[in-house]
Design a protein around this ligand. Structure first.
Ligand SMILES: [Cu+2]
Length: 151
């Protein structure tokens, strides 16, 4: 096995791991309560926030401020269906900093506290990641090892 090829593959693996984005899961209506869980999350550009509808009739609507129960004025603001058939709604983080706020606009849920925030940073991720980067690195590492033994 050529040493240069090996080095190249290792560097490639590191780069792919670095740019791999994460999926952060937020449960909508967790524990049968009027809540998002977790409701305070961190994400980086390129991450996806996956809202999973686990109980009740709820939706996810983007707001402009932390305590707002009104839909954002941004024409591109997101808004899910109420209890979508797929039970899932994904928001992809495109901004590089700042906060994204969201709430449930069904009945008085928001006023009862059903709201949350996504803090967007450039180098940190949430604790609630479905597929952590280390797992992706491991999978890719296994793939590379198989490739090397095949050579
Ligand atoms: Cu709700």
């Amino acid at each position: 096995m050529n040493k240069e090829i090996f080095t190249f593959i290792v560097i490639l693996a590191a780069l792919v791991t670095l740019i791999q984005s994460a999926t952060i899961v937020v449960e909508v209506g967790s524990d049968n309560k009027l809540q998002f869980f977790p409701n305070n999350i961190k994400a980086v550009t390129g991450d996806s926030v996956l809202f999973k509808f686990v109980s009740g009739n709820h939706n996810v609507v983007q707001s402009d401020k932390a305590d707002s129960c009104e839909k954002s004025n941004d024409p591109n603001a997101f808004q899910s269906e109420v209890n979508p058939p797929s039970k899932e709604f994904t928001v992809t983080i495109t901004q590089t900093s700042g906060n994204i706020w969201f709430h449930c606009s069904v009945d008085q849920h928001c006023a009862s506290g059903m709201k949350g925030a996504i803090k967007v940073t450039s180098n940190q991720t949430s604790d609630a990641i479905v597929m952590p980067r280390s797992f992706i690195a491991l999978s890719f590492g296994t793939l590379v090892s198989s490739f090397i033994s095949w050579l």
